[in-house]
Design a protein around this ligand. Structure first.
Ligand code: ARG
Length: 586
């Protein structure tokens, strides 16, 4: 299905053409003055310039043609040349019924689906999964779902930080504590020797300890660098231990991401790109892009039109260790080889913007991908505490994701009436969903690139722009439908428009395709949050004004039930695109 402004735009374009003007002038937008009209077209102004006529005359001519079309109940020209359009109720109903029966629920499908690699999540193995990585997971998951809903092929890759100094630190600390482990012996034999099993709690304690120590103990830091170097150069005992670290850490992460409703197609990490580094270096050398600088190898990526200084990319440090940029470049080779993506999108903290500009430029210069492949950095802002600084726990530490999920589940439990649940398991499950919805919606409602204040008490409010309010609205519709004995997931037929608030609801539903397209083109889930909120609000108004269940006129009642069933479907779809699970009751 096309977005409504497109459908109307085609009709108005044809009218411009029939009146003897350029068809491109017929662009239609939603009106922001619903008291005047539902849609508008301002093409007469551009036409006036192009054809040296008064805009009012042009608009009048186009309006004459549009008036013959019975989808409009109103076609008016407002001075000095605005075209104001209002749709007939029967057309509103027809469109709403088409949406209800559409498996995509009115979401416009891409004419040429793209293959998109989406790099998001990006947690670091061995480090506790903390909320710094929460935004990437939440935003990335939503963008993935949005792009898929339009028919694109999206491959979500977590791109684990699994190959850096943090592993060297953990190895160093474990070696200090357990010098007798076989994996530390010079003659470790991967075929015959076993590695001691680790667990998440242990890693969560060891990494912060080692990281802290390395900041004050130079000797220790050196050891960690050496361990990283030996690991990256294939020391068998370290490789075996690293695999165990990876296994433990990933298992722990998977549990947490699952609770958040975040899933990845690929669990690749920086280490998977390692085997592409030699090829990367060859390509860079072949293209004469490598420059030696103080023993390191760099690639210049500055361009004459740069307004800010653009440092070169360091692809190999003087100690020959490869670094973040090298890994990202090698990963691009891997992705090109595996998927030939049309686009590669990165959902990463804004503070890494420069890094990605450098990487993208270097990749293009080196021809790692075809010229038309699009790279896009989808940066996000910081999650702040009430003090405006990056969110910390009460004792000043970094909040672990696991603790965050537990906190929001407990917060939701406080809000929910224990008596309305069948059993403890049901209660726990719903509390988690409500809690996760609160943080996800609280995050996604903000413009992606902006910082925001993480405020749980606000996120849990049953009123206003919150996940809680939306889940609650859906449960209200569920109970009305249940009371009326109407099945929730079959499209029902809308047959009439009886009140203004219904008309507004229908219009909102019709506009869904436009909102979706905007969210996709700007990779901005916040438009869907805003729209879901407005839809829920219109529903509340409609529900408040009309007694659906007690309505004596059966035709009216049935149509209203069909309407709220459609509202429910559309709301659920919005939440699904945001990666938020809904609940049956709460
Ligand atoms: N692991 C990185 C970090 O914690 C984020 C990875 C982002 N993705 C990428 N391709 N570099 O900062």
């Amino acid at each position: 299905m096309k977005a409504i402004t497109q459908t109307l735009g085609e009709i108005v374009s044809q009218a411009f053409e029939s009146a003897g003007y350029d068809a491109n002038l017929g662009v239609v937008t939603a009106s922001d003055r619903l008291d005047l009209c539902q849609f508008q077209c301002n093409g007469a102004f551009a036409a006036a310039k192009q054809y040296h006529k008064a805009p009012f005359i042009v608009a009048e001519q186009v309006a004459e043609i549009l008036k013959k079309n019975d989808i409009f109940s109103g076609v008016e020209v407002a001075k000095p040349g605005f075209l104001n359009l209002t749709l007939n109720d029967s057309y509103l109903l027809k469109q709403a019924n088409t949406i209800a029966a559409d498996p995509n629920l009115g979401i416009p499908q891409a004419e040429q689906p793209s293959t998109i690699v989406l790099d998001y999540g990006g947690p670091n193995v061995a480090k506790p999964l903390h909320i710094g990585h929460l935004r990437s997971a939440i935003i990335g998951e939503s963008i993935k779902r949005i792009a898929r809903a339009a028919g694109h092929r999206v491959i979500g890759d977590i791109h684990l930080g699994d190959w850096g100094l943090q592993i060297g630190l953990v190895i160093t600390e474990l070696q200090a504590r357990y010098p007798d482990w076989r994996c530390f012996a010079a003659d470790f034999d991967p075929e015959a020797d076993q590695v001691e099993p680790l667990n998440a709690a242990m890693l969560n304690e060891v990494y912060p300890f080692a990281s802290k120590k390395s900041k004050t103990d130079e000797e220790y830091a050196k050891k960690a660098h050496q361990a990283t170097y030996e690991l990256q150069n294939g020391r068998p005992g370290y490789i075996a231990l690293w695999k165990e670290i990876l296994r433990t850490s990933i298992e722990d992460m998977k549990g947490n991401y699952e609770k958040l409703g975040v899933t990845f197609d690929l669990w690749y990490g920086e280490s998977n790109a390692d085997r592409y580094v030699p090829r990367l270096m060859d390509i860079l050398a072949e293209k004469n892009l490598l420059v030696e600088s103080d023993g390191a190898l760099i690639v210049e990526v500055a361009e004459p039109e740069d307004k800010a200084p653009m440092p070169p990319v360091i692809v190999r440090k003087s100690d020959h260790s490869s670094i973040y940029a090298t890994t990202d470049l090698a990963t691009i080779i891997q992705r090109e080889e595996d998927f030939h993506p049309d686009k590669i999108w990165y959902v990463v903290d804004n503070r890494q913007g420069l890094h990605f500009t450098q990487v993208f430029r270097c990749a293009k210069k080196a021809g790692l991908v075809p010229a038309q492949t699009e790279f896009e950095f989808l940066g996000f802002g910081t999650m702040n505490g009430a003090d405006g600084k990056p969110y910390k726990t009460r004792d000043g530490g970094i909040m672990k994701l696991e603790d965050m999920i537990a906190t929001v589940t407990a917060g939701a439990q406080e809000k929910l009436e224990a008596s309305s649940f069948v059993d403890e398991e049901d209660y726990q499950d719903i509390a988690r969903k409500v809690g996760v919805a609160a943080i996800k919606f609280g995050d996604l409602i903000n413009q992606r690139a902006k910082d925001y204040v993480f405020d749980l008490s606000k996120f849990f409010s049953f009123e206003g722009k919150t996940g809680t309010y939306l889940l609650y609205t859906i449960t209200r519709i569920n109970s009305i439908l249940k009371k009326a004995g109407v099945p929730v997931d079959q499209p029902l037929s809308l047959t009439g428009v009886y009140t203004d608030s219904e008309r507004e609801l229908l219009l909102k539903i019709l506009m869904g395709g436009d909102v979706f397209q905007r969210a996709l083109s700007e990779k901005a889930p916040n438009y869907l949050c805003e729209n879901a909120y407005q839809l829920a609000n219109l529903f509340s108004k409609f529900y408040h004004d009309n007694h659906i269940i007690d309505e004596p006129n059966d035709a009216k009642k049935q149509s209203w039930l069909a309407l709220i069933a459609l509202v429910r479907q559309v709301l659920c779809k919005h939440l699904d695109l945001l990666g938020i699970e809904t609940v049956e009751h709460m």
